[in-house]
Design a binder for this molecule. Sequence first.
Ligand code: TYM
Length: 329
Amino acid sequence: MSRIFSGIQPSGDLHVGNYLGAVKNWVALQHQFESFFCIVNYHAIIAPYEPADLRRRTHDMAVGLLAAGIDPTVATLYVQSQVPEHTELAWILNTITPLGELERQTQFKDKASRQEQVMAGLLNYPVLQAADILLYRADVVPVGEDQVQHLELSRVVARNWNARFSPDTPFFPEPQPKLTPTRRLVGLDGQAKMSKSLGNTIGLLETPDAIWDKLRPAVTDPARQRKTDPGNPDLCPIIYQLHRAFSPEGTVREVEENCRGAKWGCIDCKKSLLTNLVAELTPIRERATELQSHPERVTEALDIGAAKARVIAHQTLTEVKNKMGLPLA
Ligand code: TYM
């Protein structure tokens, strides 16, 4: 059975973007692959934070993932800092990662350009990401489009390490991204990627009323000033994208026809979306409410996951150190 690995930052609540771009896929793939899903709190601490807040967000992210359908008896779900081998391998990989590869990462350039003082952790972020994946020698990494460049770097790192320390039989596989049809969901502003830090999200655990308050004013095809103006669903930045992800095929066709033929107004279209969105999200929200009142179940699931992850992580790191002439404890 091939292995998959993926990670998510402990940003608190899941939103529809990371759900459609990654987590929904994790839930489907956990039955086909040996799966490792990690809440990457070491990645999160490169931004300023409050310790108590990070602890809460980490717990809430675990609740969201379990509620969304990650089954801890099938997949291995854990928190990055519970498995110290992640940071140990990251240091090792830093020694064979060309600086130029890190400096040209678009996420680094974007974030660094907006900061007065850039910390080394921001530059080295993708090396820790490579370590996450390579520690489990994962072949496949289900992610959204914004992670594709980081995965290219993971392949460079794997290739460099193999060439130097395991030239005859490559030890690390070169991990491939696995994208979903919603590889980049636009946010409610209709412009940028849906992202917690931009405040343009629909939270997975929000109530139908709260979701409707956000959907109603959301940007649609600018050509549709009035109900009688024909529209083009492909130019509707978010509503049509969400219909394709949440509504049955028949509804998606109906939306197309009624938008192009100016038979539905955008509010009709949004109401139909709300029905389908709420149908998928309600059971998730109910499971999350249940889990929130049993925090011990969440902690237990993470502890079991961490114990399983540590076994593989330890095996990989032992072989890595052996091949590199680094004595073991
Ligand atoms: P993060 O926490 O920003 O996002 C988690 C996953 O959700 C996807 N995603 C989206 N997909 C489509 N549309 C969107 N609007 C959207 N927003 C988020 C992301 O692509 C991602 O798959 N660096 C990673 C975390 C990480 C990781 C790893 C991922 C650390 N180590 C190893 C894979 C493998 C990140 O910050 O994801």
